[in-house]
Ligand binder design. Structure first.
Ligand code: FMN
Length: 454
């Protein structure tokens, strides 16, 4: 090594050393800067309230779209929280800066059951919401007089409270793909992403009609059939009691019809109850006419399963159940009774209405068997035309007020399946007078009062 006292040389060596250190340090500094920025962004995201995606859904369409909406926002890096509308109180609405509402309409322009308290209580008040920016996706069916009635009422109420709409309300008629695409487009625009996941519904599969029996020969009502279907591919998909199927009829494939599933996977087949629908001009319904009259045994049926989360047992699996229905509504209730029998849960009370015991006592042998085996603790069959005076399930409910209160005090949940007109409204009124409207609204909001009515 050559030693030197030359200061210029020394400075040159020192300069080269510093430059080398900088070159070595630069990648480390770059990584550290990135890491700090990421940590800062994460902390900001955690501190910011994020977006709320709130849904009110009866049969799961709005809920499914809400889940997809959250996924799209998350993909774009926007923190988003899924909430049922019933979970939101005045304080949540006042604190939030951005809420996307996805809500359907039931009854005659009403909110879905779980949102009855939100609609009845919160929306009846005045609540200044100057911070809130929102958008509404309203689901409905234009065949009803109050098309998207609840979505429209919610939108108007939010506007009246001073909330600002992010974009015009999107209305979905019978799950129209076009309107859903419009919502997706608005979302992508807001979230600054064109990378939205695919939202298309699962496709129909080919099933086979394996069994068809008329249950009510000689009835004063329209004929009702028990059908059994098997997947052509042989592999039975998973479902839970309470779920639905959609069937595309050959004469009207663009509008699928929904039926409650009357069986559980352990039966090995999907069972349906289909009532033949006859129009005023004597023609039959496109789906019910085909399924019950035209399709031969063995015929192919285009079918897809649909989760119906709001009518599943879910958190109520260990509670006593009060099951109430009429007519073809026995389908959804039978699914639950089968699931309960399989689980060995016998605390079930069935209140069921039809016309005449002689012709309309659907699944009588099965119900007798469950009673005998301790799987059906209480059975009230109400036949409207077996006596001079017409009697319905709601009348029996009122007579059984003390037992209803007792079962609810023991933690029971209530499931309703059957016709909206006549039965569901009458039963709702009877339950409200037995339990109190507020109690019933609270049961609905906490998933202990569930309905599949049509
Ligand atoms: C019994 C019943 C009543 C309904 N009432 C209305 C209504 O008054 N107005 C409307 O626009 N849609 C009405 N609909 C259509 C639903 O809003 C539509 O099917 C929606 O897609 C359901 O979404 P969900 O699964 O999230 O509850 C009704 C549907 C049923 C089964």
């Amino acid at each position: 090594m050559i030693w030197t006292d030359d200061p210029t040389r020394w400075m040159l060596v020192a300069g080269m050393g510093a430059a080398y250190a900088l070159v070595c340090l630069a990648p480390y500094l770059r990584v550290r800067r990135k890491r700090l920025a990421a940590e800062r962004a994460k902390a900001e995201a955690a501190a910011s309230p994020g977006w709320i995606v709130a849904y009110a859904s009866q049969t799961g369409n709005a809920e499914e779209l809400a889940r997809q909406t959250v996924a799209t926002l998350k993909l774009a890096g926007i923190p988003a929280r899924l909430a049922e509308l019933s979970e939101l109180g005045a304080r949540d609405l006042q604190d939030a800066e951005r809420i996307l509402f996805l809500v359907s309409t039931y009854g005659e322009g009403d909110a879905p059951d779980a949102a009855a308290a939100f609609a009845g209580r919160l929306m009846a008040t005045s609540l200044p919401l100057p911070r809130l920016h929102y958008a509404v996706l309203a689901l409905g069916d234009s065949a009803y007089a109050q098309f998207c009635g609840f979505g429209r009422a919610l939108d108007q109420w939010l506007q009246a409270q001073g909330a600002q709409s992010l974009f015009a309300r999107v209305e979905v008629n019978r799950s129209s793909d076009q309107a859903i695409a419009q919502w997706r487009q608005q979302l992508s625009h807001l979230a600054g992403t064109s990378d939205a996941p695919d939202w298309s519904a699962p496709s129909f599969e080919e099933w086979r009609l394996s069994e068809r029996v008329q249950l009510n020969v000689g009835s004063a009502g329209e004929p009702i059939y028990h059908l059994e279907l098997e997947p052509v591919g042989g592999v039975l998909p998973e479902w839970q009691s309470g779920d639905l199927v959609q069937i595309a009829a050959p004469a009207d494939p663009s509008r699928a019809r929904e039926y409650s599933i009357a069986s559980i996977p352990a039966d090995g087949r999907v069972h349906l109850l289909v009532r033949l629908h006859t129009h005023d001009d004597g023609s039959h319904g496109a789906a019910s006419g085909w399924l019950t009259q035209q399709a031969a045994l063995g015929a192919g049926v285009q079918l897809r399963l649909r989760q119906h989360k709001r009518f599943r047992l879910e958190g109520n699996a260990d509670r006593p159940l009060i099951l109430i229905g009429n007519g073809s509504g026995i389908a959804g209730l039978r699914g639950h009774l089968k699931a309960r029998a399989l689980a060995g849960q016998g605390r079930n009370w069935l209140l069921f209405g039809e016309r005449n015991a002689a012709h309309d006592y659907h699944y009588r042998a099965e119900l007798d068997g469950w009673q005998r085996d301790g799987m059906l603790e209480k059975l009230d069959m109400v036949f409207s035309r077996d006596q001079a005076e017409r009697r319905y399930v709601q009348d029996r409910l009122a007579e059984q007020a003390a037992a209803v209160r007792e079962w609810i005090a023991q933690g029971a949940a209530i499931y309703i399946c059957g016709s909206l007109e006549g039965m569901a409204g009458g039963v709702d009124a009877a339950l409200a007078s037995v339990l109190g409207r507020e109690v019933l609204d609270d049961l609905a909001a906490t998933g202990r009062y569930r309905r599949d009515v049509y």
